[in-house]
Design a protein around this ligand. Sequence first.
Ligand code: NCD
Length: 331
Amino acid sequence: MVQVPVRVQSAIEMIQQNFTGKDIVSFDQFTTEDLAILFDVTQRMKYIAERKMPSRLLDGLLVSLLFFEPSSRTFSSFAAAVKRLGGQTIEMQNPEQASSLSKGESFADTIRTLEAYSDALVMRHRIPGAAREAALVAESMPIINAGDGNNEHPTQTLLDMYTLYDRFGRLDNLVGMLAGDALNSRTIHSLIKGLSLYKNNTIYVLSPECLRLTRDDVVNFSDRGIRLIEIQRAEDIPTHCDFWYWTRVQRERFGSPAEYQKAQQEIVVATPQLLNTYAKKDMILMDPLPRVDSVDPAVDADERAVYLRSQIRNGLYTRMALLALVFGRAA
Ligand code: NCD
């Protein structure tokens, strides 16, 4: 029998301006006050990282990185964040092949094992809700969701929102367009939740019929007060957006290669021509990456394309800030 741990009740607490010891599994836990705190610490982390200043902020702390799905940026920026702050990591990628899970060990026992050796766990998993599940199992170790299936990716949203804040000096009164796989993109789902926290944001969602948000998601997000406008064709793109946020078709969520190919053929690709026609001079083009047949590399030279510039770097700074706060060492 699986023993339900004592911590169950508190596993998905609101942050309430106190990150210490909290699990970070969903953007539902955040308020604007929490983001203000995190952005403040992020500025300091940026200062440390840009100057390569030695930091002992996470001295003596060990963070496990357990990634059931592939990752380049999230994995390496978390590893870099821990190490830039003087902490250490246990790194497990592909644990279904490389750990005792391959011998039939349970998910819960894997989490308990890492809890015995480390002080926090950053986890990516293909199953929606897996981070929440891990948070229920772990009694003393905070769990940070690095992406759970097509559900959420809260730390990506922290860096996305910081990128917007850094560029525009505000997170309200923005007009944005989220393009691509709205159905499956966990980064889109968390970002809409994040932008809903602020007043008067309008979000266009550009996706083909087969990749639209679920009707439940539309109702759930709209209930938060954000203005969501779904569009399907390039010709419908408004010309007054402050930002575009492109995503790839999430190939790993499709039942068959044929279904993926079909969806891929229907999406709008970001090209220099699309920017020239529909984008403001002072907007920014974001992408959580990887871009796979979604953003034409010819766009990279455009100063408005920030995905390989500030956005990617902000992943490091915001994750340093989050870890410092979760460990209560940011003060
Ligand atoms: C995203 C993800 O894993 O959801 N990548 C990331 O973490 N930057 C986006 C994607 O895979 O398309």
